[in-house]
Design a binder for this molecule. Structure first.
Ligand SMILES: N[C@@H](CCC(=O)N[C@@H](CS)C(=O)NCC(=O)O)C(=O)O
Length: 210
């Protein structure tokens, strides 16, 4: 069974969500998010840069959450939640998959890093990163002006990946979203698979404490 090494609130959320949406069996292994644990040789053997998540499938170990998502889809998805390579929407599927992590999540990650340092002189960096993240939300709003999901009428894994990042945006930048994005976020996060993921994510912290 797939093992997802995860810390509550972190990027393993998007991989868990895909498994929940597709009813693919998985197990969460809770990871202590403390920097001290992530610096240990034990964790570095799993993720050489000391981040989470990590996924193990039999004798295969990998890091990078969007790559994990794609692996799960390709290996166990049976064609669901992604267009085939000859579908006209395939290029935009790739585009939004990469956008979710490389462009949208990146400024939010910088806000987390700068807040961790608690240095007032970094306030202008935080403001810049909020602006960059907000530009991503505006791009999503424009893309969603004529469609319920990023690829059109059909839900795909990019919607789960983007809405995972949007949860962070709402927490760190603004709860108020432009109209198209708000309707999109509300409908994607209303999926039963989202509630199941939120529950599994919260239980991860409880298991670590217990
Ligand atoms: N691109 C990586 C980013 C991984 C990442 O930055 N994870 C965060 C938690 S969501 C982390 O471990 N942060 C700790 C740190 O950077 O020190 C992925 O998608 O897996």
């Amino acid at each position: 069974m797939l093992k997802i090494y995860h810390s509550t609130g972190t990027r393993g959320f998007r991989v868990i969500w895909v498994c929940e949406e597709l009813s693919i069996p998985y197990e969460i292994v809770p990871v202590d998010f403390a920097a001290e644990y992530r610096a240990t040789p034990e964790w570095r053997a799993m993720n050489p840069v000391g981040k989470v998540p990590v996924m193990v499938d039999s004798d295969m170990t990998m890091f990078e959450s969007c790559a994990m998502m794609q692996y799960v889809l390709d290996r166990y998805g049976e064609g669901r939640l992604q267009p085939s390579k000859d579908d006209p929407s395939y290029a935009h599927y790739l585009q939004w998959c990469w956008f979710a992590e490389a462009t949208f999540a990146r400024p939010l990650g910088e806000i987390v890093n700068h807040r961790r340092a608690f240095k007032p002189e970094l306030d202008n960096v935080v403001a810049e990163m909020k602006g960059r993240a907000t530009a991503c939300v505006a791009a999503l709003d424009a893309a969603l002006s004529d469609r319920p999901y990023l690829l059109g009428d059909t839900l795909s894994a990019v919607d789960l990946s983007i809405c995972y990042v949007m949860r962070g945006y709402r927490r760190m930048v603004s709860e108020s979203l432009p109209a198209n994005v708000q309707a999109y976020f509300d409908s994607v996060t209303a999926l039963p698979s989202c509630a199941a993921t939120v529950k599994a994510d919260a239980e991860t912290a409880e298991r670590l404490q217990g």
